[in-house]
Write a protein that binds this ligand. Structure first.
Ligand code: URA
Length: 244
């Protein structure tokens, strides 16, 4: 068995093609050709499978004998944030989301902000360029929230959200997508998808419609979806996601 193969699964294993692409050896399809062509070795053993898993911290990868090193090691944790924690790296008084990912390396930070009482998907990483891409206003990355609101959400609210809502800022919000999941006993459950990240945006949008939020949870950000089996307060490390 090749060290780094199935029997040696450590805490952070990544695919060989990802390792080489991250190291700047070409696109995923270019490095796959190198692997299939027999140019790549892991710990001196020839590997021809692009999805071969290796530990970038200990395995030695070579292309035609040249040792390949990755740049700074980027890590990605997806946390299902519970209420009661603030989205910050440190705070003198409040509990922060970083306390929920205790074994994280230094230099990690949460991407974007969820309110203290908001739950759900929060990415924690040390990849500043990715954070910039996800948060940059010009990129319009979609964020979907599940919310329980006080009041009866009507089809006309869907129309209003799709036209942008005046929440008291200089400009209306960008068009969003509102989906009514259920209406019962004077409460409604909704999905709301927005592409901006204004302060308390979902709460202010629903407040402007006269239906204040009583529970809020983010379930999607770009192509990252909160796994259904990830319990509140738990996190998972993402090692095989294509961030392009
Ligand atoms: N909108 C809000 O109002 N709160 C959040 O935490 C996220 C989006």
């Amino acid at each position: 068995m090749i060290p780094g193969g199935e029997g040696f699964m450590g805490s952070r294993m990544i695919r060989l093609d990802k390792f080489l692409a991250d190291a700047g050896e070409g696109t995923r399809s270019q490095v796959r050709k190198l692997i299939q062509g027999g140019s790549v070795r892991v710990n001196e053993c020839l590997v021809r499978k692009a999805d071969h898993k290796l530990d970038p911290d200990s395995d030695i990868v070579t292309i035609e004998g040249k040792i390949i090193r990755t740049g700074p090691e980027f890590r990605y944790f997806l946390l299902n944030k519970p209420a009661g924690y603030i989205t910050a790296t440190e705070d003198g008084r409040e509990r922060t989301v970083m306390e929920l990912v205790p074994s994280h390396p230094r230099g990690m930070f949460p991407v974007g902000r969820l309110d203290k009482d908001t739950e759900g998907l929060l990415l924690i990483t040390n990849d500043g360029a990715l954070a910039h891409r996800l948060l940059s206003p010009g990129k319009h990355v979609e964020k979907t929230y599940y919310a329980k609101v006080n009041g009866i959400v009507l089809p006309e609210d869907i129309e209003k959200v799709s036209e942008g809502i005046d929440i008291g800022d200089d400009k209306k919000t960008l068009p969003g997508r509102l989906e009514i999941l259920s209406v019962c006993g004077g409460l409604s459950e909704i999905h709301l998808t927005i592409t901006e990240g204004r302060f308390h945006q979902v709460k202010r949008m629903m407040e402007a419609l006269g239906k204040p939020v009583i529970y809020l949870k983010r379930i999607r950000m770009g192509d990252l979806t909160l796994p259904e089996d990830l319990k509140t307060g738990e996190y998972t490390e993402i090692s095989d996601h294509n961030w392009d």
